[in-house]
Design a binder for this molecule. Structure first.
Ligand code: NAI
Length: 741
């Protein structure tokens, strides 16, 4: 059997997300709900979703909709039927009865339940039906979350489960982990425990909401929403339901019970509608009252009231577990307490919940975006070190064995759930050629790998150093963290600006340009394998690589104008070159500069390769890949296919100079009069116009890449020296938002 046609029943948050993602994979899908209007509304929601659930919005009508009374026939033709109705066993049982009456022999039926065991879901099924019934637990938002837990029990046809896993891996691009039928499976079992422990210990140690989130966040390699922020995001009411269900399902001696007792003020919050972001607020809220701007407030649970947030002074910009737990203050104590408890809890699940501890780590990476799972944390801390602080741990066979063996090398391979050769898998055995504070350089087989390692992989001098030093072999630029690169590190640049040290800014930009040029023209091929944010300087690195293997979840573009700058690492130059190749540009010398003016001027971004190609951020020849895990294999394949690589010829530019400036000015005048842009917006756009026009040139004159680099650099330096650009950057660094001035 092959999955060629899918029906999803229940078109709420999850059903619509699953249908959209099947559509992303070009699998015909029908979405059913109680009424057709409900599934139609769901389709509208998919179309409008942000971040978009669809890779290609124009395919929205490939998702067929209907209702379970009139359109249930579609189930007859489906190879896989996914149930994603409300979390109520009676409703689910009724639906299964209907499905199994209609489904074709052998079709897979799965539930997206997050808490009901298979044995309960499949209570009324025959043995033959049970063979084909499992749980496929997707995470929200489905397109973006890597984890899919496929839950099986002893009744399943394992061949079918393995086929489903392979399908979800190759077609849907998921990190599919097969789990046993135990409460919360792997991700939620450990993830919810970790949230509870972080919350309870914070209460015990009287840490504020902001303090707890600052620790149970970046320093531990956990998303910065922390614990209270995540509670608000999920919904405090929903979290209480989840806890109830865990408490009901888990055996009495499970440590989960220790961290899940009812907290009266939280119940009270829910009763009064303070359910988090969707309600009146939660542990945080935006106070919109009063005359002035909105104020972000945090809940002070000691006084039971909201106060403007106070960011604790903890200098952790990024993952730094060891320094955290070694701090001799309350933050160090909190960090150690929660880390050690999470490690103890996760290891207590081995072997009864899973025999593969590595699956727990990977579930935490894929499902909760942790930088490392509990067992990797243990490895990072060191086995001896852990036991020195913790002492012997009883009733935990995994830790008892480890206590005896003190084996520091207990970890073994990573990502055992997949056969794909991933970056995560090869890193432990690859030769670490070099490392600086911004990047690692590895040698693997006959090529080099550069992995950026800063916050959001923002680029600085040392990132460029790493790239430059790694071109003595074919080079793959790839990383495991969420973003390829959010662009040049603005704080790094502003540190110079604040000291009036513009020479250093100029030196850095020149080095950036020089490195990108070096990547493009060095003897060996360079491949960028982006996923996530690939913006500004990150895009410039990618666009000046010889090949691109892009994940379909990519946010790509040149966004410099938003902070009052222009792309100066070759972004203007490369975009011009791409648009100059078009037929229109051959007829009209103004065409390419005007197109690029529009794209860069607005700081346009694309949220998928399908959106990126029309803007020429990506080329048709760039590889686009659904499964992020496959980026390395695809990059290697490109290298193998290009053994006789020769560097490209240098670009030449014939640009119209002044004659296009008049047209650009007209556009600006209208935008200014319509108040779309203000004074500084005009100034920035004029600098951009100057670069894209080619400066003091005419179409007969040929400019080199270096000429274009020079134009970019001059414009960049002019702008960064202005007060208003500096104001924009400061504002964006402080708030994450753009300043229009
Ligand atoms: P939801 O409440 O957003 O949507 C449920 C949908 O099911 C509604 O559109 C409702 O009209 C429909 N429905 C109810 N009875 C039906 C019936 N008899 N036939 C057809 N449709 C029916 O729920 P959500 O959040 O999408 O959850 C669905 C399932 O996924 C639940 O089992 C939930 O536990 C699970 N889940 C939810 C996650 C989340 O983040 N929301 C994450 C992972 C799993």
């Amino acid at each position: 059997m092959k999955i060629k046609n899918v029906v999803v029943i229940g078109s709420g948050t999850m059903g619509s997300g699953i249908a959209a993602h099947l559509c992303n994979a070009n699998i015909p899908v029908t979405l059913l709900d109680l009424k057709t209007e409900i599934s139609e509304k769901a389709r509208d929601r998919i179309h409008k979703s942000r971040p978009p659930l669809l890779i290609d919005k124009s395919k929205i009508n490939n998702i067929k909709v209907g209702n379970i009374s009139d359109n249930f026939d579609v189930v007859k033709d489906a190879d896989w039927i996914v149930e994603a109705v409300v979390e109520r066993i009676d409703v689910k049982h009724q639906i299964y009865e209907k499905i199994f009456k209609e489904r074709k022999n052998g079709a897979i039926v799965s539930s997206n339940t997050s808490s009901i065991p298979i044995k309960v879901l499949s209570q009324h099924l025959t043995d033959v039906e049970k063979k084909d019934f499992c749980i496929t637990h997707f995470f929200n938002p489905v397109r973006y979350m890597g984890l899919l837990e496929i839950v099986k029990n002893e009744n399943n046809d394992l061949n079918k489960i393995n086929y489903l896993k392979e399908f979800c891996e190759t077609e849907l691009g998921k990190g599919a982990i097969i789990c046993n039928d135990t409460p919360g499976f792997l991700g939620n079992r450990v993830g919810v425990y970790a949230m509870q422990v972080a919350m309870m210990e914070a209460f015990k140690m009287k840490l504020s909401v902001e303090e707890a989130d600052a620790i149970f966040g970046r320093p531990m390699g956990i998303p910065k929403t922390g614990v209270f922020g995540l509670y608000d995001l999920i919904g405090i009411d929903l979290m209480l339901d989840v806890l109830k269900s865990f408490k009901k399902e888990l055996p009495e001696n499970d440590d989960f019970h220790e961290v899940s007792r009812e907290i009266p003020f939280i119940t009270e919050m829910v009763n009064r509608g303070f359910t988090g972001r969707k309600g009146k607020g939660g542990f945080y809220r935006l106070n919109r009252k009063g005359e002035g701007p909105n104020v972000l407030e945090a809940f002070n649970y000691k006084i039971i009231n909201y106060f403007p947030i106070e960011k604790p002074k903890i200098d952790f910009e990024r993952f730094d577990l060891i320094n955290l737990i070694n701090r001799e203050d309350k933050y160090g104590e909190y960090g150690w307490s929660i880390t050690s408890k999470i490690i103890k809890y996760a290891s207590s699940l081995v072997p009864n919940v899973t025999s593969n501890f590595n699956d727990i780590d990977e579930a935490m990476r894929l499902g909760f975006n942790w930088a490392m799972g509990p067992f990797e944390m243990l490895k990072e801390i060191g086995v001896k070190n852990f036991f020195k602080r913790e002492g012997e741990v009883k009733n935990n066979s995994f830790l008892e064995k480890l206590y005896k063996s003190k084996n520091e090398n207990f970890y073994g391979e990573r990502q055992l759930y997949t056969n794909i050769e991933t970056l995560g898998k090869i890193k432990p055995t690859a030769l670490k050629l070099d490392k600086n504070k911004s990047a690692n350089i590895y040698r693997y087989e006959d090529y080099n790998i550069v992995e950026f390692i800063t916050k959001a992989n923002a680029l600085d001098y040392e990132s460029m150093d790493a790239l430059k030093n790694a071109t003595d072999k074919p080079l793959i630029i790839i990383n495991e963290s969420m973003q390829f690169s959010a662009g040049v590190n603005l704080s790094y640049t502003m540190n110079f600006v604040e000291k009036g040290n513009f020479k250093s800014v100029e030196k850095f930009i020149k080095y950036f340009q020089e490195t990108c040029k070096h990547l493009k023209y060095s003897k060996y091929p360079v491949i960028s394998a982006p996923s996530g944010l690939t913006l500004g300087g990150g895009f410039e690195v990618m666009v000046q690589s010889n090949f691109v293997a892009s994940h379909t979840n990519i946010v790509v573009g040149l966004v410099e104008t938003i902070v009052g700058l222009i792309p100066a690492g070759g972004g203007c130059k490369e975009m011009l070159a791409r648009w100059l190749e078009t037929d229109e540009a051959k007829k009209d010398p103004n065409y390419a500069p005007l197109k690029v003016f529009d794209i860069i001027g607005y700081g346009k971004t694309a949220t998928s390769p399908v959106e990126a190609e029309p803007m020429k951020y990506l080329r048709p020849s760039d590889k686009k890949i659904m499964n992020r895990n496959s980026l390395l294999e695809v990059s290697k394949k490109i290298l193998n296919e290009n053994k006789d690589f020769t560097p490209p010829e240098e670009l030449k530019f014939n640009l119209p100079g002044k004659s296009v400036i008049g047209k650009m000015d007209k556009i600006l005048e209208k935008l200014y009069n319509d108040k779309v842009i203000l004074d500084h917006g005009v100034e920035v756009a004029k600098e951009l116009a100057h670069v894209l026009s080619g400066g003091e040139t005419t179409v007969e004159k040929t400019l080199s890449e270096d000429d274009l680099f020079k134009l970019e650099l001059d414009a960049f330096m002019k702008l960064i020296e202005t007060k208003k650009t500096q104001e924009r950057i400061r504002f964006t660094l402080a708030t994450g938002k753009p300043l229009v001035n």
